[in-house]
Every structure is written in C-alpha cells, then in structure tokens.
Design a protein around this ligand. Structure first.
Ligand code: SAM
Length: 272
C-alpha cells in the first residue's frame, strides 16, 4: 500500500474542535474510505472531533453511510462537564453540513441500544467513560449489535491515568488477542478490532492494518505521525488567526467606547 496515495493526504477538517482524537483524524478518514460502513455508531461524541471526521469522510467518498451520535452531552468526571452551548454548537455544525447522513441520540448509551438491530452496526466507536468497568460494559452490551465483519474502535488504549481511574488500556490488552486487531501508535492510542475471521481479500487498507508486515506497519506509523503534525500545526495557525481577529475586534470596541465616554464628558462639561 502506498501511504502517499491514502485519501487523508488531502484531508483538512472542516471544523477544529477541542478533541484529543485529533491524532487519529487521518486514520479515521482513511478507514471510512476503505471500509465504507453502512452504519456508524459513536458512543461518546463531546464536541464532535471524531464524529465530524467520520461524517466528512462519508461525504468525500460518497458511501451510503448514516453516522449516529450517542451522548448525553452532559460530560463526565473524566472529560469534564459540558454546558448546553456544546450541544448547540455540535448540532449547528451537524445540521449545516451533515444533516442528510447523520442522526443524534441525546441519551445514555444503554437507552440507545434498542434503536439498533442485532448485527446492524458496521463501525462502532467506544469513547465514553474510560474506567475498566465502563468500557467493558460498553463493549459487552454493544457487541451483539456489531455486524459480522464489523469494526470496533476503542479510544485511549495507551492512557495510564490512575488518578482518573482510566482502564481502557487494561481492557484492550485483555481483549485484543481474541480477534484481528490494529493499534494506532500515538500518544493516547486507538485500538481497532475486527469482528470477524475473514477480511475482504481485495481490501488493501484493511489487509495492511490487520495483517501487514512489521515494515508496512512502521511506514503507516510514520505517515500518520507526519499527517498528525500537519493537522496540529494547522489547528494552531487557525487558533492564532481567530485570536488575532478577536484582538482586532476588541481593540475597535475599546476605541469606540473611549470616544463615547469622551463625548459624554464633553457634553456634560459644556452643558454646565
Ligand atoms: C471522551 S468524550 C468523547 C470524545 C469524542 N469522541 C472526541 O472525538 O473528542 C466522552 C463523552 O462521553 C459521554 N458519556 C460518557 N458516558 C456516557 C454514557 N453512559 N451515556 C451517554 N454519554 C456518555 C460524555 O458526555 C462525553 O461527552
């Protein structure tokens, strides 16, 4: 597989939101292009970092996919509490760009289970609460919903955080050898599990990630590392320009207010 020919070489996110998933954006984009799932379910959406990458990829590759976002949008003790404005911003972006290919379930994960038939989810992303018990429970309750030949993603499989009681790493280490798997070798880690025994023989991307040689996987690693750096630099540049715009706007406001105060004082002095 030629990494420089992967779709992510041209990928730029439509929106930059706060998300530690950024280092997986390019991989998520390529996975949708190669796998073309019919049904994507994300458990844990937050500001929409990973979700909007899936949606953007669906639009770009023209696959017949519906992406379902499941979250209370209340946040949790690990990700932090969310204000209502997060959900409003998420909805605004989703409705503007992805209304026809996406769906929202604002509820707890267990309440959404009945909305999906057994074996109907092709790509399941588990990124909710990150304790060992919560991830195990999400996996076990949602596994029957995943299709034969489906893929399950686990975020944060490399995180060691005892203070916040993270347990995805432990669960992933126990689980991964039961099935074909791949791991994004970056800061937080993304576990990719294949829910089947036979990979599509002509799918070069899936063949590489799940069965590639050490050399091929090393090349992929290096590629995603470079693309990640590019996406991070771009996000910083965008933040810089946004901050510059904000400074310009505030400077105008200050000048405006100063002149209003001066006028008021002048009027006061001259009316005496
Ligand atoms: C780590 S964030 C998701 C990050 C996101 N995937 C991204 O790309 O940035 C976890 C989210 O899961 C949600 N969450 C955690 N446990 C949940 C549960 N049992 N039901 C519904 N939402 C839950 C929280 O509200 C939070 O928004």
């Amino acid at each position: 597989m030629k990494c420089l020919q992967l779709p992510s070489i041209h990928f730029m996110p439509l929106i930059n939101v706060h998300s530690t998933w950024l280092e997986n954006y390019a991989f998520g984009y390529d996975l949708i292009h190669a796998f073309r799932p019919k049904t994507v379910v994300e458990l844990g959406v937050f500001w929409g970092g990973s979700f909007f990458v899936f949606c953007q990829a669906v639009k770009a590759c023209g696959s017949e996919t519906i992406c379902h976002a499941v979250d209370t949008w209340e946040g949790d003790s690990q990700a932090g509490k969310l204000e209502e404005e997060t959900f409003q911003a998420f909805q605004k972006h989703r409705e503007t760009h992805f209304a026809d290919i996406s769906n929202v379930k604002r509820m707890r994960f267990e309440q959404a289970l009945d909305s999906f038939a057994d074996g109907s989810i092709d790509l399941l992303h588990i990124d909710g609460f990150h304790t060992y018990e919560a991830v195990k429970n999400d996996y076990e309750t949602w596994l029957p919903k995943v299709s034969n030949g489906g893929i399950i993603l686990f975020h944060d499989v490399k995180v060691i955080n005892q203070e916040q009681n993270f347990g995805v790493k432990r669960f992933w280490e126990e689980l991964k050898n039961e099935k074909l798997h791949f791991e994004m070798n970056n800061q937080f880690g993304l576990g990719v599990l294949y829910n089947g025994s036979e990979l599509p023989p002509d799918n070069e991307f899936l063949q590489t990630i799940f069965k590639g040689s050490a050399e091929e996987l090393e090349e992929l690693d290096q590629y995603y590392l470079l693309i990640k750096e590019r996406l991070i630099s771009r996000a910083f540049v965008q933040m810089y320009y946004r901050a510059e715009e904000q400074v310009k706007y505030l400077t105008h406001r200050v000048v405006d207010l100063e002149s209003k105060i001066k006028n008021k004082e002048w009027n006061k002095n001259n009316s005496l």
